[in-house]
Every structure is written in C-alpha cells, then in structure tokens.
Ligand binder design. Sequence first.
Ligand SMILES: [Mg+2]
Length: 267
Amino acid sequence: MKSRYSKLVFDLDGTLYRGRSSIPSAVETINHLKNRADLLFLSNNGNQSATALAQRLRTLGFNVSNDEVISSVTITVEYVSSLQQDASIFVLNSGDLPRALQAAGHRLVAAEEAQFVVVGVDMELTYDKLAQGLFALRNGARFIATNTDAVYPREEGVYPAAGAIVGAFRGMGFEPEQYCGKPDRWAVEKALSLRGMRIGLDCLMVGDHLETDIVGAQNIGVDSVLVLTGVSTREEMIRKGIHPTYVIRDLSELEPILFSDSGSPGG
Ligand SMILES: [Mg+2]
C-alpha cells in the first residue's frame, strides 16, 4: 500500500533514541519504512555532524545512509557559505561545527578578526570566550546560532543546550540574525531542499518537541506528528496551544496514520 505521506521527516533525540538507547518500536518502524517513503532525519544537534549522527543511528540498528541525515551543523555551514566564501569566524562550539566550517573553506579566527560569530553548545565555555564573542559583535560581526533549544535531555538528566549560550549574548543585547535549526522556516526549508524534497501535502514531520518539531512543520505548512516518547506532553500541548495534526504514544502507531485513509487528526 502506498503511504499518504511519501516524504517523512524524523527528529532524532526523543523520537528515535534517548541517550545511548533506541526508543521501543523506533528501529522496527524506520526500517520498515525504508524504501516505502523518502526519509529525512533532521536533528537540531549543533555539535554532531550528519555523518556522526548517521553512524550513531546505524549503531543502534537503524538502516539509514549518511545522505538521509541533516543536523544543525550542516545548516549552519550552508547559511554561512550562502553569505560569504572564505569567511572569518569566531566560533563557540566544542563539537563538529568548527571542523565542518573549515572543511567548507572558512577560517576560524580570534574575535578581533571575526566577520561572524557562530554559537552552538560549547562545553568549554568560559567568561573569557563570552567576552571575546561580545567584542566581536560590538565590532560589527554578524551573529549566527545553531539552534534555539535551551536544554537537551541526556540519560542522566537535562543539560544546557545552544539556546542557553545564545541567551548569554541575547542578555548582552545581541540577537542572532539566523537560527540554523527547527523551527526556523528557512532552516527547515533548507534541510528539505538539501535532501531533494519538495515541500507539499505529502510531507509529514515527526518529532517529540512541540516548539521545534511541530512549530517547524507549521512554519512550512506541512502536517505533523507529536510522538510522546520525548520532552513534550499532551498537557503541554493544550497549555501552549500548539496543535500537531496527529498525536501518538510511540512510533508503533505511525504506520496506521501513513497507510490508512482515516487517520484521526489531533487524536
Ligand atoms: Mg527531539
């Protein structure tokens, strides 16, 4: 049977895995959908490259290829490259982003030379780095953020994410000109276009986070599925007034939506 939605965009954290474990029924669902729909795995992770995330997914048993995965690292590099070749960048990120920017032909420089300040999660954040970033922004550098997420879940609890560090600069009076992750409309459209997906009624975004996955889907005008295996709850959905097209307990409930004519939107 043909799926009503032929382009499926899956979130990773809280949707397919949590920490080092896959979420029950996620592996079976994804592997069963392989070759039956076009799949994109889109993560707001601004520290891990798409290749690293694809490898992590395969280790957990998901049958995915590198070109099916896009992270905020990919989108951030695309954004900077769309503005300028050979850009001078002061970067606050302890993950794969600095190397990815260099691989795209950009230069990592000290704050005083920076044309761009790019901020993601930096596990080695110091007061001095914040001060350097501030100097660069006051000197007129353009400000770009990997994503807005304030916190992210680890197995041992919730930790500060990129949005927390971006928040330090917002507290100093600077707003990023671009967030390179969900729910930003440009970022989501860019991710789909990099995967060769044309946005339309046959697109469905699936994720666990109302403000990123569901609002991200709404921002590009496509249907969405909230899966209750991660951060957001039904109660939050009502309180925040964010309404996904479908709500499911876990991914075992996804295929009935895809392969029937009588799904139950909002159910
Ligand atoms: Mg998530």
